[in-house]
Design a protein around this ligand. Sequence first.
Ligand SMILES: Nc1ncnc2c1ncn2[C@@H]1O[C@H](COP(=O)(O)OP(=O)(O)OP(=O)(O)O)[C@@H](O)[C@H]1O
Length: 259
Amino acid sequence: MNVSSPLGLPLVRSISPSRSIASPDPGISIAARNVNFAVSSRLGPVVQILKECSISVPTGELWMLLGPNGCGKSTLLKILAGLLTPTKGEVYVRRPRSFVFQNPDHQVVMPTVEADVAFGLGKSRCSPDQVRLKVSKALSSVGMSDYMQRPIQTLSGGQKQRVAIAGALAEACKVLLLDELTTFLDETDQMGVIKAVKNCLDESNEVTALWVTHRLEELEYADGAIYMEDGKVLCYGDPVKITEFIKAKQAAYIDQINS
Ligand SMILES: Nc1ncnc2c1ncn2[C@@H]1O[C@H](COP(=O)(O)OP(=O)(O)OP(=O)(O)O)[C@@H](O)[C@H]1O
């Protein structure tokens, strides 16, 4: 479902099914095989943004996607969300899936927390009692039960992110695609969002999350990680090994500028 927010910005609460491949394995919730993405303009040459990207994220796990600015992380996430179509290659993402934006103001739009989390259930056949139950369960998952009647504009950035995640959970989302949620948050809000996502996954073995981040310290909370550079997936798997790989790259870069 793609609608416009009152600000005229794109608002994606729950994404309708789009073209994809069959599940490569019952234990895998997110997969990309040799995905390429290119853009072209009438005047300029074709720009190759993603080059033969392949990843696979097991069901029930939190994976982080890292890499330098402009390496293609958000583009890959948008392809997995069905917001962009790859020029070549295939993707599989378990449904329903939800994309949560870096700026929660692009996504959290109803006057109160309760109304916002219930927003996506508007078209469901749930009775008002069922809606209330789903909303309260989702808010409890993200540690926001006490905020049910709070006006949205009184929340911090991290609290708004947690409300956006609760909205996805209320709609029984199976895959959370999270785009740099903590970039603008202070440490307390950052931890609140990380704990909320971890808790959602711990409470259900069925929810899988892919989280784009620039913050290396967040890898501590990940079950797996993917590192990209220049449109390519350089390595993926064990977050400890990926952390070591990134630190070694950073050290080599510092040596280079100091020499
Ligand atoms: N529609 C487009 N036309 C031309 N170039 C584009 C388009 N969309 C993305 N790009 C370019 O593709 C590259 C990858 O962009 P993307 O936003 O996926 O990177 P990113 O790794 O998420 O970056 P950041 O960490 O800065 O958010 C960038 O160089 C960007 O300028």
